[in-house]
Design a protein around this ligand. Structure first.
Ligand code: MD6
Ligand code: FE
Length: 221
């Protein structure tokens, strides 16, 4: 039997090479970082949403969001007429949010560490579900207690156009295609960058059909 020589660094096979792109200082796109784990992540989201269902939330201004959301972890993100906040109980079930599965936490920690954010300990994972036409308007993530920790975002299923803006809402956003298994990590100087998701196209993905799922891991408390 002949053995394949172990690749020297810089000589990795295409399937093993980490495809990273720096979007801005502190913002790193890890293309395909979670592709192998994607089917298991989708299954785990199904289990979570059986106990704490996807729901559409209302903005404090009274608009119904088109993306559906649920959470796992110690606290979950909510929006309603009283504002945006993290709460320990799901107001739909009146129970604690499901615990964050170990493989979720492990993936988020690995992605953060490889991007230069050591010791990331997420306590909340917001899960977004988009159907064709769903979108997420430009926003900043600023409901966390402090902005020291990065946010780790995992894209699953159908591709979407990520709008990556600047530090002001009026900065024209770049359009970046996020596909199944892509992970974005941002923190430090990029932590408050404005961002959003353009209306989802009607595309079929073998894992999720027409839908896109997104996990965002945060340290909220
Ligand atoms: C999404 N992501 O990809 C929406 N927020 O569906 C976000 O809103 C987001 O990707 C903070 C950090 C990374 C993100
Ligand atoms: Fe966000």
């Amino acid at each position: 039997m002949t053995m394949r020589p172990y690749p020297k660094s810089g000589d990795l096979f295409e399937s093993e090479r980490l495809r990273t792109e720096q979007l801005a200082p502190g913002a790193i796109l890890l293309r395909g970082f979670a592709t192998h784990e994607a089917p298991a992540l989708v299954d785990a989201i199904e289990v979570i949403s059986n106990s704490t269902p996807f729901r559409t939330m209302t903005t404090p201004g009274g608009r119904k969001m088109s993306v559906e959301m649920t959470n796992c972890g110690d606290v979950g993100w909510l929006s309603d007429n009283r504002g945006y906040r993290y709460v320990p109980e799901d107001p739909v079930t009146n129970k604690a949010w499901p615990a964050m599965p170990i493989p979720f936490e492990d993936l988020a920690k690995r992605a953060a560490a490889i991007s230069g954010f050591e010791n990331f300990l997420p306590d909340s994972c917001l899960t977004n579900r988009y159907l064709p036409g769903s979108k997420l308007s430009l926003h900043q993530d600023r409901d966390e207690r402090n902005f020291d920790a990065p946010i780790v975002s995992v894209s699953l299923g159908s591709p979407a156009v990520f709008l990556f803006g600047g530090q002001c809402r009026a900065d024209r956003p770049r359009r970046i295609l996020l596909e199944n298994g892509d992970v974005v990590v941002w923190g430090g100087p990029a932590r408050l960058t404005f961002h959003g998701i353009a209306p989802l196209a009607d595309e079929h993905h073998p894992l999720t059909g027409a839908c896109r799922l997104n996990l965002t891991f945060r340290k909220a408390l």
